[in-house]
Design a protein. Sequence first.
Length: 234
Amino acid sequence: MTTEFIREQLFALQDTEYKAFHSRLMPTVDPDLIIGVRTPDLRKLAKKLWKTGDTGEFMAQLPHRYYEENNLHGFFIEQIKDYDACIEALNAFLPHVDNWATCDMMSPGVLGKEKDRLTAQIRIWLASEHTYMIRFAIGMLMRHFLDEYFEETYLDTVADIKSEEYYINMMRAWYFATALAKQYDAALPFIENGRLDVWTHNKAIQKAVESYRITPEQKNYLRSLKNKTARGQS
């Protein structure tokens, strides 16, 4: 299945109003490289094309040109049922991801079935120099290791990440906001003791107090912990 064939399928689903709206959410992506395909339509197309068993040529042709081609690639990876094959596909694709949405849309189900192996792979991704490989790794910690398989050392792992990249630190903040919702007693000392850089600290509090899973009392206390030296940051 060629890229040209897939591109025709994508443009047939184009919604120009959605393109204009979605382009504003993707500051790191050239608007000319956004076709404008709604995510549910893209997922349906991914499942349809995957069933043909003929996606290998397209997936080998990296990097892709269009934003939706990257998202489609990510949705193809979600269809892979073998853990090792999924990791191989992710390792080939993640260095080419250039935006938060493509990164965050991917959630291959097979990864959750191999949690012991996944933790080792997450450490490899976190050691990468690629922004969205690191972001994806934090996302996997958030998705798979804040419930039954939670360990407090994972909080240390995310807190200890040092980066100037906005999209990494935003995911760190999202991780800690979710940790406060799911593992409040374990996560709170990281806020109380200033374990995060100021921007991530305040953003984590902001996102946490927006959560319906955190009590009004907890929200009031978290607000009192905001670092006032960062006034004016958003």
